[in-house]
Design a protein around this ligand. Structure first.
Ligand code: DQA
Length: 144
């Protein structure tokens, strides 16, 4: 069975209690379960890693080159400035989906830039927790 990797960036460990008016009340564990259920329906295994540290995410993207067919990443605030994550994703050969619970384009101007979007096959933003299922469906479609 092929494996896909879901990566979660900084502060996403606080989902459920963090600004629930923006991010909802579901926890990261809830979202991972949604994504894993969707992945299994496509015959895919899903691994998940959350980190508040850019280098840990870069290391995980490097490791994924060996054993994951695709990546879904919600980079949190790293989205907007973490060029090391951009470069690591650029070196990953499989498809990458950028995912956000909120729609950063409808928020503060500094959130309108994504350094991840240029190295993603596509971005799913603004659909809350449903985006996790949508991202898995999109990745499965790309993996054929
Ligand atoms: C986020 C959007 C980012 O701008 C923000 O820094 C986050 C969460 C989202 O899922 O909506 O931490 O990635």
């Amino acid at each position: 069975m092929s494996s896909i990797l879901l990566l979660s960036g900084p502060n996403l460990n606080l989902l459920g209690s963090r600004e629930p008016d923006i991010y909802g009340t579901d926890t990261l564990t809830d979202h991972v379960e949604t994504a894993r259920t969707a992945a299994l329906a496509h015959g895919l295994e899903l691994d998940h890693l959350q980190s508040n540290h850019e280098g840990v995410l870069v290391d995980a993207i490097h490791a994924a080159r060996a054993d994951h067919a695709g990546i879904i990443i919600n980079p949190g605030a790293f989205t907007h400035y973490a060029w090391a994550i951009h470069d690591a994703l650029a070196a990953f050969e499989g498809p990458v989906i950028e995912l956000h619970l909120s729609n950063p384009n409808a928020r503060e101007p500094w959130r309108h830039t994504s350094v991840v979007a240029p190295v993603a096959a596509g971005s799913i933003v603004g659909f809350g927790g449903k985006g996790y299922r949508m991202a898995v469906d999109a990745l499965a479609e790309l993996l054929g």
